[in-house]
Ligand binder design. Structure first.
Ligand code: PLP
Length: 367
């Protein structure tokens, strides 16, 4: 059986007609940049999240950068991020001129360990960027308490967590602002790069909207210097077609995760953990195995493609070698990086495929 790690074509096939029509409309109306389709998607996504403002932009890295800048974070400031994430989470801090401060992850959910945050706060700390990694909400109550106590801005990185909930609230509505990626492989994905920001703060919403569009709101009305980070009409139209299906796809991911859990429970592996009161949306289904190399190769020989998220913890990447960290500085993120293995995860997986994957995982962990 051949099982790819992700298969975006399966989803397209279900929606082919509406997607093709939506793209054709954008072309017919030459509504290529921002405009009507972007505005419509912003409203729909704001509605979905239950937040006052969604501001679209070019990708989920720009959205983090734009928010940091809008909050006035720059030279000399420090921003706290988890040691296990995609590099965008830390990259944006350096881009705006501030300094990255890494905090280790929790061994069960792999999200930021809130017990370790306060030790890293200095007079220069301005913000925390928690990541709802793999689709699992970070411990937002603890993070918001710390942020109030130390007067810090919280920007949620929701790139992997569209539709995830923390104690009944949608992630992306708990911090001061939040950042979304609509990269094709994300839980809600466009057909190219796309991103967005969400906030209830009107002042910040207006500011990022200006900054993402050359510092203007109306034509030629450049109140400040900004940049070009706008959503394409085609991407917006695709997202509007897909958004009404997000709940069903999320439910299917959760069902698939439960099937994985059921078939793998007796294997004695560490499976994904969902904290009480959270809705994990399984952007990735990540297990921990001791002989990862062997398991990955064995699965590959059986037609099963897997992934590694991430092979190197952020502080240990070459890009941060100037900070001089070793894996001892981040015992969890640094220690687990040779064990994590992401199994195929998408709405369209069948129980038969999951059963096949699991029986091969159970065989391979004993090799
Ligand atoms: C994908 C991702 C981003 C950035 O998204 P792009 O749209 O690819 O720029 C940011 N943070 C995390 C955790 C991500 O997974």
């Amino acid at each position: 059986m051949i099982i790819p790690f992700v298969d975006l074509k399966l989803q397209y096939e279900q929606l082919r007609l509406s997607i093709d029509n939506a793209i054709q409309s954008v072309i017919n109306e030459t509504a290529f940049i921002s405009g009507k389709y972007a505005k419509q998607f912003e409203e729909e996504f704001a509605n979905y999240l239950g937040v006052k403002h969604v501001i679209s932009c070019a990708n989920g890295t720009d959205s983090l950068e734009l928010l940091l800048q809008a909050y006035g974070i720059g030279n000399g400031d420090e921003v706290i991020v988890p040691a296990n994430s995609w590099i965008s989470t830390s990259e944006c801090i350096t881009t705006v001129g501030a300094n990255v401060v890494f905090v280790d992850s929790k061994p069960d959910t792999y999200t930021i360990d809130t017990n370790l945050i306060e030790a890293k706060i200095t007079a220069k700390t301005k913000a925390i960027i928690p990541v709802h990694l793999y689709g699992c909400p970070a411990d937002m109550d603890e993070i918001m308490v710390i942020s109030k106590k130390h007067n810090l801005i919280v920007i949620e990185d929701c790139a992997q967590a569209h539709g995830a909930k923390y104690k009944g609230k949608n992630v992306g509505t708990i911090g001061h602002a939040s950042s979304f990626s609509f990269y094709p492989g994300k839980n809600l994905g466009a057909y190219g790069d796309a991103g967005g920001m969400a906030t209830n703060d009107e002042h910040i919403a207006t500011k990022v909207r200006m900054m993402a569009n050359h510092g203007r709101l109306g034509k030629h009305d450049h109140g400040i210097e900004g940049r070009n980070s706008r959503l394409d009409g085609i991407q917006a139209a695709v997202l509007s077609v897909k958004l009404p299906h997000l709940e069903a796809w999320t439910e299917a991911r959760i069902r698939n995760a439960n099937l994985y859990n059921r078939y793998l429970v007796e294997a004695g592996l560490q499976l994904p953990f969902t904290p009480n009161g959270s809705r994990h949306v399984y952007h990735l289904y990540v297990i921990k195995v001791n002989n990862r190399e062997v398991v990955q190769q064995t699965l590959k020989s059986k037609g099963i493609e897997t992934g590694i998220h991430y092979p190197i913890a952020l502080p240990l990447l070459k890009a941060y070698s100037h900070l001089g960290y070793s894996s001892k500085d981040f015992p969890v993120a640094g220690g687990q990086m040779n064990q994590l293995l992401s199994l195929p995860m998408y709405a369209e997986l069948t129980e038969e495929q999951i059963e096949y994957i699991c029986s091969n995982v159970k065989m391979a962990i004993n090799l």
